[in-house]
Ligand binder design. Structure first.
Ligand SMILES: Cc1cc2nc3c(=O)[nH]c(=O)nc-3n(C[C@H](O)[C@H](O)[C@H](O)COP(=O)(O)OP(=O)(O)OC[C@H]3O[C@@H](n4cnc5c(N)ncnc54)[C@H](O)[C@@H]3O)c2cc1C
Length: 213
């Protein structure tokens, strides 16, 4: 189980880049908003990546989410930014010196992931330690062990193959008079309207064709 669930639940992050890997290989990446919940991670970019995660988990692969907490800054620029903050807050403890950089609740977790004591004074942090911090900010790793159950799914992948459906009438190519629409077909799009549109359009086509028969 993810050790930071209790520390992070309820925290939402904006403008992050989430990259999903399966057995170490990149399988998808999304930029935007996400949140930590009582079960792990959720929110727009997580929903968009979840079908890739589900497929990879189904294939028995080890799935990880790598969150770049500062995607707008290259490693060099972020390092320069951290050094600026560290100069400004040199006499403070790490937990206080990172306030400008991260939401409060992320600080202890990021420090822990970088094997750094958040109570350490900033003027005692070595270059190597700062680089560990940088790595944790650019690659905040969350292991993905499962998806939420189907009952909570927003969109379902899989269903009747579109190869078996006449796209004009939505009629089955295998069974006359049987028309399909919406989620029952193997069609899934990004959340944000595409699935509703697919359901409305295919439903309209199916309904019109069925009524004409
Ligand atoms: C929480 C949530 C948020 C979503 N947000 C978005 C979004 O922002 N944008 C987007 O594009 N899509 C979104 N979706 C997906 C979208 O709602 C679906 O893709 C779309 O509604 C599918 O339409 P449908 O008619 O195929 O199926 P449904 O809307 O699921 O309709 C199927 C109907 O069949 C009924 N039914 C089931 N079994 C039987 C039975 N045996 N006998 C009689 N009736 C039965 C069900 O009660 C239901 O009313 C969201 C889905 C959820 C759950």
């Amino acid at each position: 189980d993810y050790p930071y669930v209790d520390d992070l639940q309820g925290l939402s992050l904006r403008n992050v880049q989430g990259t999903l890997t399966a057995d170490g290989e990149k399988i998808g990446s999304e930029f935007g908003e996400m949140l930590f919940t009582h079960f792990g991670v959720s929110g727009p970019i997580i929903l968009s990546l979840s079908n890739l995660a589900a497929k990879a988990l189904d294939e028995g692969k080890e799935v990880e989410l790598h969150i770049d907490l500062k995607p707008a800054l290259s490693e060099e620029k972020l390092d320069a930014r951290i050094q600026r903050d560290f100069t400004q807050y040199s006499k403070k403890q790490l937990a206080n010196g990172m306030k400008d950089l991260l939401p409060q609740r992320l600080i202890p977790v990021v420090c822990d992931m970088a094997y750094l004591d958040e109570e350490k004074f900033i003027n005692q942090i070595s270059r190597e330690e700062r680089h560990r911090l940088l790595a944790a900010l650019k690659n905040f790793c969350v292991p993905i062990t499962s998806t939420r159950p189907l009952a909570e799914a927003i969109v379902t992948a899989g269903g009747v193959s579109v190869k078996e459906i006449n796209p004009k009438t939505m009629e089955s190519k295998l069974i006359r008079g049987l028309h399909f629409a919406g989620e029952v077909m193997d069609v899934d799009g990004y959340t944000g309207g595409y699935n509703l549109q697919a359901a409305f359009s295919s439903g309209h086509a199916a309904g019109m064709a069925a009524a004409e028969e």
